[in-house]
Write a protein that binds this ligand. Structure first.
Ligand code: ZN
Length: 360
């Protein structure tokens, strides 16, 4: 009896003092990357000239097409499928009765990013205009907590992210689009970073840059400043899709997967992050379902409300592709906070709760 009581006390204590292992979070968004391509790989219907704008069809098929959907998706995003989906969880596969959807009606970027970063839908946010977000993002919430000052950083290819994150009010370190990089381990590295960025064409004008620019400086920032919370927003997938270039869209899905792998592995090689970091990966909206409207998204585009998200880290059971569980984009914000043992509802009571089952 006595032994049993001690055991019970031990179990209770273990439960009460169960600490999260996560001390850092890497949040990555890939703008408008469809769940269809993520879960089933390259779509045959767009691997041609009229529907996909494909320049070299034979090469594209060689690079991205296999008869089997599981082989195809692993070819497109090997880190997501061979590592994240095995060691973590992935939401949004309708074939597993596991839809993930937006709760905002707009199905374009600012409302999507705001939903996933704040956990709420604000009806004032209905355009991509540079409106300083009236709502508190999970990054701003964390930045205001003890232990997070100067430990939250965001890098985005799109200049509107400064406003979505309300850089001015939140005080988060934020660099976007073609802003020169300002932080590196050494002056020589900083000069090299800016020299490479300056060598690239401003293909989309001043408001959006190539993902490699965003990725390179986020990586350098990690090595130099070791932030506890890093948000990396990549967006070329959306640009190439709007341009009806399925070949470039697929290339960037694969390159983005490589960037996430590299950042993750780089972090796992550092004492600050090893075994103490969680990854959250998602998108801001979906796109159309067929060979005509896969390029598009927005309120009128059927299916563009369907999204996906993946979570991996020391506190997340390896359940793989989740079945029979519904998720909303608004759940991402509370998930990021909860992984760090923080409660987003303490600042935003209306925020959606964390994704079900991602925490032990
Ligand atoms: Zn978008």
């Amino acid at each position: 009896m006595r032994a049993l009581t001690s055991l019970l006390v031990l179990l209770l204590a273990g439960h009460l003092f169960a600490q999260r292992k996560t001390e850092n979070v890497l949040l990555v968004t890939l703008d408008g990357l469809r769940w269809q391509d993520v879960f089933t790989g390259a779509d045959n219907r767009m691997m041609n000239k009229p529907d996909g704008g494909v320049k070299e069809i034979r090469q594209l098929r060689k690079d991205f097409y296999r008869g089997d959907a599981e082989a195809r998706r692993a070819l497109l995003m090997p880190f997501l499928w061979e590592v994240v989906a095995k060691q973590g969880q992935i939401f949004g596969d309708p074939s597993r009765r596991a839809r993930a959807v937006l709760t905002n009606p707009h199905k374009f970027s600012y409302p999507g990013y705001s939903e996933l970063l704040t956990g709420v839908v604000d009806e004032r946010i209905k355009s991509n205009n540079k409106l300083p977000n009236p709502n508190v993002t999970v990054l701003e919430f964390l930045h205001g907590l003890p232990g997070y000052g100067g430990q939250v950083a965001a890098f985005s290819g799109w200049d509107v992210h400064e406003f979505i994150l309300n850089e001015q009010r939140s005080g988060i370190f934020c660099e976007v689009a073609w802003d020169p990089a300002t932080v590196a381990r050494t002056p020589a590295r900083l000069a090299a970073l800016n020299r490479s960025a300056r060598a690239l064409p401003h293909y989309w004008g001043e408001w959006f840059c190539f993902d490699v620019v965003t990725y390179a400086r986020a990586r350098e920032y990690v090595l130099s400043e070791t932030p506890r919370v890093l948000y990396l927003a990549l967006g070329e997938t959306d640009e190439w899709a709007h341009a009806r270039r399925y070949d470039m869209y697929l290339q960037m899905a694969r390159r983005n997967d490589e960037m996430v792998r590299d950042l993750w592995e780089t972090m796992q090689g550092m004492e600050q992050y090893r075994g103490k970091t969680s990854l959250v990966l998602t998108v801001d909206h979906g796109r159309g379902r067929n060979e005509r409207d896969w390029t598009d998204h927005g309120a009128e585009v059927e299916g563009a409300e369907e999204v996906w998200m993946a979570v991996m880290g020391p506190d997340t059971p390896p359940l793989g592709v989740r079945e029979g569980v519904q998720a909303t984009q608004a759940m991402v914000a509370a998930t990021v906070a909860a992984l760090l043992g923080e409660d987003l509802a303490s600042v935003t009571p209306a925020a959606a709760g964390a994704l079900p089952g991602v925490l032990r």
